[in-house]
Design a protein around this ligand. Structure first.
Ligand SMILES: NC(=O)c1ccc[n+]([C@@H]2O[C@H](COP(=O)([O-])OP(=O)(O)OC[C@H]3O[C@@H](n4cnc5c(N)ncnc54)[C@H](OP(=O)(O)O)[C@@H]3O)[C@@H](O)[C@H]2O)c1
Length: 278
């Protein structure tokens, strides 16, 4: 294994989360020097931490400045930080919409803007962690779908802009993965719902109950599988535009190829929402 100096440095945003922490560990095992973006430093962390709140452009700029003092260039930036804002679109308050887009879409845009000089200097690449909802919008996950569709568009435009420097832009699309993201989304949804008119919430009770039942049937895969694929995207000499992991493979392969009518039926029935009448 080459030494970490030779393998280069990688920045992973959202490094305290399930996929982020597994990715940091996997990259370190492969000999990379890994910088983990965190919103709060922890005293006993063995990771090289960088304070980086992706929703705050000033924090992103300060993190880029800090790294420029420590490394000559970056082998990869992994835009992994993300949140889920869930619930019917009619029930998502404006501040929750903003949080969803600021973390999942505008965050990566800020990170790209501030870190590209280091990526260029390190002949590196950009890796964006998307989701199947970026390609197929899911009901009750409308805000998330908008944010990841935005990230997909950002990735596609950026890939063409950076081709002149030979900087690859890669999308990694995990399927359902066992992390705390769903619990956090549920807590935030309950908090937001407490601020809404109870009668309007009641309108969606059948949708919400059906979705909760369908969600119980999901079998989230292990974080290590996603981390291994991100490592592959970092190491590949000529990385693919997209790497799918776990059930994203079937979702990507099947749902995106169906005619719109059939796709709507498949998604509605997968989430248990077929046959609902108001
Ligand atoms: N889990 C899945 O099923 C799944 C499926 C497809 C795609 N993904 C994508 O995978 C990525 C990682 O998700 P995960 O499942 O590992 O979730 P997770 O365990 O909840 O981790 C999310 C990470 O993002 C960080 N984060 C949140 N807001 C941030 C902000 N404003 N600035 C910087 N960091 C912030 C969190 O930091 P704090 O600890 O400070 O909150 C945490 O480190 C996300 O982009 C997600 O959309 C996940």
């Amino acid at each position: 294994m080459p030494d970490s100096q030779q393998r280069g440095a990688v920045l992973v945003t959202g490094s305290t989360g399930g996929i982020g922490a597994a990715t940091v560990a996997a990259l370190r095992r492969r000999g990379f020097t890994v910088y983990g973006g965190v919103r709060q430093t922890s005293r006993d962390s063995t990771t090289r931490e960088v304070l980086l709140d992706v929703a705050d452009p000033e924090s992103v700029a300060a993190a880029a400045k800090q790294l420029a003092e420590e490394v000559g260039g970056l082998r990869a930036v992994v835009n992994n930080a993300g949140v889920i804002v869930q619930g019917p679109i009619e029930l998502v308050p404006a501040d929750e919409w903003r949080r969803q887009l600021e973390v999942n879409t505008l965050g990566p845009a800020s990170v790209v803007r501030e870190f590209l000089p280091l990526v260029r200097a390190g002949a590196g690449r950009i890796i964006n962690v998307s989701a199947p909802t970026g390609r197929v919008a899911f009901p009750l996950l409308g805000a998330l779908s908008v944010s990841k569709a935005g990230l997909e568009a950002l990735s596609n435009a950026l890939r063409l802009e950076l081709a002149a420097w030979g900087i690859p832009v890669v999308v990694v699309e995990p399927g359902s993965t066992a992390t705390a993201i769903f619990t956090k989304a549920g807590v935030a949804e309950q908090e937001a719902r407490g601020r809404l008119d109870a009668d309007r919430v009641a309108l969606y009770r059948p949708h919400l109950d059906a979705y909760a039942k369908a969600a119980d049937r999901f079998k989230p895969g292990p974080v290590e599988k996603v981390a291994d694929v991100i490592v592959r995207a970092v190491e590949a000499r000529r990385p693919k535009r997209r790497y799918t992991v776990g059930d994203a493979r079937t979702l990507g392969a099947i749902l995106t190829r169906l005619p719109a009518g059939l796709r709507d039926k498949a998604v509605t029935s997968a989430l248990g929402l077929n046959g609902l009448k108001a």
